[in-house]
Design a binder for this molecule. Structure first.
Ligand SMILES: C[S@@+](CC[C@H](N)C(=O)[O-])C[C@H]1O[C@@H](n2cnc3c(N)ncnc32)[C@H](O)[C@@H]1O
Length: 434
């Protein structure tokens, strides 16, 4: 399929049909054989999503009235056209003619002249339009207005850098399975294959690849030598103070990145990996099989303790809570489209309830690690501060590390800090009654 057409079709699914970008990625390989065309389709989709609010603003300046709902495909095609004109090194005439041509494929021949006019107008007004972007924060930062306000309120000294980082391409970070080899050894294996990378400072298993690639190109991937996981997510295992023989509950485990890392770190732990989604839990099983690791997995709602808990208290609990994922926008730019302000309060309430329920299953003297890939204070430090205030037998174990910033409770990593995803961690211990 033509890369511009496939990009338009995928954007339709993400922007108007609520599909996640991740759920669409298989379509690139399904529909396009040529690797150059595939790369172009990928760039168009991720580029449009990253700069969605800005491109939508530009379009609003170019259209006299919004398009009808039934013409959302034409709208997506316009975004694809504008992205090429403003952000890609495609010659202007090709950006216009190749895009306009596709109106026929969409069976919207009526839009041919209209789209041609809009794109040509954008070329004529390019300078003025670029200046206009600076006048509106939603366009300038390319984030929805509610999120601009929220991030500005939470991070008055850092918001510009957060917005900028959220629009960057994310690096591909590997986690070497230390049961099989060291990161330094694996780096040599990569170099032998002509793949450059570097070891990272905060996780001894982490390698940053110079150039992203398909996982199947990674030496030993199928044999379980390596996985893909951001360095920020690789910090969880080290915070849990794991020792052989400890029982560990991974309460929200799918797709299993942290479950696997805990077991690679200490294969002698006894892990119960829980997830409410049966489908997603299958990915935990697949990951554990690929890495030759063992854990009990169970598809159940953490709130329904009768369904999964035998009453024995856990030594360690990882609550990698369902969250807004605002810290990983650079990896999943569609988050900006799918999340809305009302979601946040609901997520916060859900996280609070999860903390309360899981706390009952922790041994006195045990540790609960609370994690999110969010940077919103209500999901992170405010959540944990409230928990510590209300739970008499909970005390914070301060995280001593060179990464992240100490906040009122726990540690926050902002997007792009030391090259990492935005993440939050808090370690809480249960007091042993005297
Ligand atoms: C942030 S993801 C976990 C990522 C995972 N820990 C990893 O490192 O690969 C949150 C997970 O929580 C699960 N979840 C949400 N609500 C849940 C509940 N009430 N009980 C159990 N799992 C839940 C979701 O299905 C999702 O897979």
């Amino acid at each position: 399929m033509n890369p511009r057409l496939l990009a338009t079709r995928i954007l339709m699914q993400v922007i108007f049909q609520g599909k996640s970008l991740n759920a669409c990625v298989a379509q690139f390989t399904q529909h396009i054989d040529d690797s150059k065309d595939r790369a172009m389709a990928r760039e168009l989709v991720s580029g449009v999503l990253r700069l969605y609010e800005r491109l939508d603003f530009l379009l609003s300046k170019l259209l006299t009235k919004p398009l009808r709902e039934k013409d959302s495909d034409v709208y997506c095609l316009m975004l694809v056209g504008l992205y090429q004109i403003f952000y890609m090194r495609v010659p202007d005439h090709a950006a216009v003619s190749e895009t306009v041509k596709l109106t026929q494929k969409l069976k919207k021949s009526w839009a041919k002249g209209f789209l041609n006019g809009v794109l040509r107008q954008s070329l004529r007004d390019k300078e003025t339009l670029i200046e206009a972007i600076e006048t509106e924060e939603e366009a300038k930062f390319s984030h929805p207005a509610w999120l601009v306000n929220k991030i500005k309120t939470d991070w008055p000294d850092n918001y510009e850098s957060i917005f900028e980082q959220n629009l960057q391409h994310s690096p591909m970070i590997l986690r070497v399975n230390r049961q099989k080899r060291s990161a330094a050894d694996y780096l040599v294996r990569l170099e032998d294959k002509g793949m450059a990378g570097q070891c990272l400072p905060f996780s001894s298993e982490a390698i940053r690849l110079e150039k992203a690639c398909d996982v199947l190109q990674l030496p030993g991937f199928k044999q379980g030598e390596v996985s893909v996981q951001d360095q920020a997510a690789q910090l969880a295992a080290g915070l849990l103070d794991l020792e052989a023989g400890l029982t560990v509950l991974d309460a929200c485990s799918a797709p299993g990145g942290k479950t696997a890392h805990m077991l690679e770190t200490e294969p002698g732990i006894d892990v119960l990996a829980l997830d409410v989604s049966e489908d997603r839990l299958k990915r935990v099983d697949e990951t554990l099989t690929r890495l030759s690791l063992k854990a009990k997995t169970c598809a159940a709602d953490a709130f329904d303790t009768e369904a999964w808990w035998n009453g024995e208290l856990f030594d360690r609990i990882l609550l990698d809570a369902p969250c807004s994922a605002i810290g990983v926008i650079r990896r999943n730019p569609d988050i900006k489209i799918h999340r809305n302000e009302e979601d946040i309060a609901q997520l916060v309430e859900n996280q609070r309830k999860l903390l309360d329920v899981l706390w009952q299953t922790l041994k006195p003297g045990g540790i609960l690690l609370y994690a999110t890939c969010s940077i919103l204070k209500d999901e992170n430090e405010n959540q944990i501060t409230d928990f510590l205030r209300l739970q008499d037998d909970a005390i914070e174990l301060k995280i001593k590390s060179e990464w992240g910033t100490n906040v009122s409770a726990g540690k926050q990593i902002l997007p792009g800090e030391n090259g990492m995803d935005g993440f939050y961690y808090a370690c809480i211990s249960k007091v042993i009654a005297q």
